[in-house]
Design a protein around this ligand. Sequence first.
Ligand code: MGD
Ligand code: MGD
Ligand code: MO
Length: 766
Amino acid sequence: MTVLKSIRPYHAPAGGWGALKAMGTALAGQEVLMSGMATLARMNQPGGFDCPGCGWADPKHTSPFEYCENGGKAVAWEMTAKRCTPEFLAAHTVSELAAMGDFDLEMIGRLTHPVRYDAASDRYLPVSWDEAFATVARHLNALPDPDMAEFYTSGRASNEAAFLYQLFAREYGTNNFPDCSNMCHEATSVGLPPALGVGKGTVLLEDFEKADAILIFGQNPGTNSPRMMTDLRNASRRGATILSFNPFRERALERFQAPQNPVEMATLTSTPISSRLFQLKVGGDVAVIKGMMKWLVEADRAAARDHGGPVLDRDFIRGHTHGFEELAADLDATRWEDIERRSGLARADIEFAAQAYARAERAILVFGMGLTQHRHGALNVQQLANLALLRGNVGREGTGLCPVRGHSNVQGDRTVGITEVPNDALLDGLKARFGFEPPRRPGHNVVTALEAMVRGEVRVFIGLGGNFAAAIPDWETTQAALRRLDLTVHIATKLNRSHLVHGREALILPCLGRTEIDLQADGPQAVTVEDSMSMVHASTGHNAPASDQLMSEPAIIAGMARATLGARSTVDWEARIADYALIREDIEAVFPIFAGYNQRIREPGGFHLTSLARERIWATPTGKANFLVCEGLCEDPAIADPDVLWLTSVRSHDQYNTTLYSLSDRYRGVYGQRDVLFLDEAEMARRGLADGDRVDISTLATDGVERVVRGFRVVSHAFPEGSCAAYYPEVNPLVPLYAHDPDSFTPSYKAVPVRLTRSSVATGAL
Ligand SMILES: Nc1nc2c(c(=O)[nH]1)N[C@H]1C(S)=C(S)[C@@H](COP(=O)(O)OP(=O)(O)OC[C@H]3O[C@@H](n4cnc5c(=O)[nH]c(N)nc54)[C@H](O)[C@@H]3O)O[C@H]1N2
Ligand SMILES: Nc1nc2c(c(=O)[nH]1)N[C@H]1C(S)=C(S)[C@@H](COP(=O)(O)OP(=O)(O)OC[C@H]3O[C@@H](n4cnc5c(=O)[nH]c(N)nc54)[C@H](O)[C@@H]3O)O[C@H]1N2
Ligand SMILES: [Mo]
């Protein structure tokens, strides 16, 4: 279905009939309307499968309606009746496929057979599974150093698949585990431990029922975790204060009509979500948070002088924390005029937010990519932790930090060992269980893997899911490096860009999806996943596989491992594939927090992996929760150009990362196009531009390399000064590889300094 290009402001609330209609359209578009509805009834239910969409938690008492518009789309995309067959691939050269758009590639449908790249015909041709595994083995065993191979993971992989994957790579000899979370919540995983002793969130779903205030920084729940809207709506109805900090006025942060609520649906009413929306500048979060903390500290001093009630949780600060004096000194030294300039918000507005936060007995601080994907991502997260600690909002009912994870099992993959910097406990655990000596050298993350590829030090790339070539920054350089590899291997469900940006030899290995029956020697298998709130539960597919040639992810990994390691492996791979319960026993042996794994996943809703910070036990060097000072307001001194705009990249309502469900973005009023630049009218006027004009966007780089995307249509959107936005991944060519957080290596996807010029290209290429 072609949608005409248009820009039409969206006036309705988020959710509602529009959401139901969109879900129906997605299922019908994939020709699975009836079977899709039946499948959705099993989603997030006991004995059913875990939604392959986002990582938001499932409520304990499930209603028969535990899915959302975008979960529905994710299922429709996996269940599609369309197929990418060997006949289709034989009929198209890779160069022809590469000329197609990402949306059209995905629309070809599910991959049905393993294929290998044939350079002579420039086509992907069928290959047997054994031959495919032998190819992987030949390349890996030919490398003089195992660190010349990269083992990428995307966060949809189950715990069982991820554990086997790291087992294979470590027995082979490397810790090179670039992972999608390196581009996502790594700033959380790296930023939080020095503050709280844990790198994960500290809330459970039931805390949302008790919080008096919920502050949402840089996260767009209506699109990226729509099931969270139910929790926000309930909180709003209870009278909780919801404050949002975002350069965009995201519709779902304003008003929501619950598709599960018959009254709102029948009467076309909706629930207001945010009490206030603070439109801050791109990258202005540290300034806002420091401003709020400055007010809190000063108000607390004033209260002490006037014998009023405390504003800070002084007992908690005294008994549980370290570094308060240094934080207060830093806040005293921070001037309001700098805070206002850097945040784009008036002092009165920041004080309003601080007062609302101070009035709440219990508060939850939610955050997403708007906070993590910055050069100061870890510092952002740490300042938010400071804000929580000042009022004792960690480790108490109805309070906590809530990083909203992306992929449905990105958190679980890290828990079961996908990490390039393994600790001794993990390595010793592997050695004790399996008897081989795992490598102790740190491996590569996404950025260091790409740097090594650019230097020519990598020969083989294996991707467990995902779309690496499209998700990464700096396409011109990084995609060229991918093309120079000896072998690229992708375990995937659908054809995507990464399969076309391939090495000299290439394999696409098609796997089962979450909704499909995984039948192995000992019977049908379930897998397990961990959600954003550290709940671990089982997922069982019930649909017939898209093709009888598909293998499960664990089976593909075991196939590669057996072919590569042969007799030198100490692992009985076959037994583990026959019965995944054995893999869970391995996980339990290596990670004691999984004690009783196989029994506990039988509990409805699964089990919780304990978080020490939730119990106010601080696994930090000081034994306390630490206030961590960040100097200044995280401004980039290298960029002094007065014309600079800071470009952020966001997801549309109709995409799942690099997977496009359509070219439209309903809530932001964009239809049939993605090559748009959201720009404020004042910034347009300053540049002599009008709504509808086309511009080229180029990066103000410090390495002299030209990075430009052309022909983007200007769309008027109210932003604070100096901020603008476009869609991910269309602007990834603009993000320099060097522009990453020095602590967490998270690329600065949410703040690229750019300049605009009127475009000579009449229409966008998209
Ligand atoms: N339907 C759907 N669901 C998804 C995904 C998807 O693509 N589609 N992706 C999944 C994944 S992997 C992830 S990580 C999550 C992502 O979910 P989110 O974290 O919501 O991701 P984004 O849409 O990238 O950006 C979040 C918000 O940050 C705001 N923002 C941009 N720059 C700044 C800034 O400097 N400061 C602040 N405060 N805000 C800023 C944007 O306007 C946007 O509203 O969702 C997951 N769920
Ligand atoms: N500019 C910019 N860049 C970004 C971001 C941003 O906000 N802005 N966000 C970053 C973030 S948060 C993330 S997480 C990354 C995402 O990076 P990735 O996780 O690498 O990308 P996805 O688009 O989620 O991967 C989609 C592909 O996964 C495959 N797939 C789907 N289901 C399955 C399955 O069940 N098994 C297997 N094996 N494969 C499957 C399909 O082939 C599909 O094409 O992108 C990052 N890049
Ligand atoms: Mo993500």
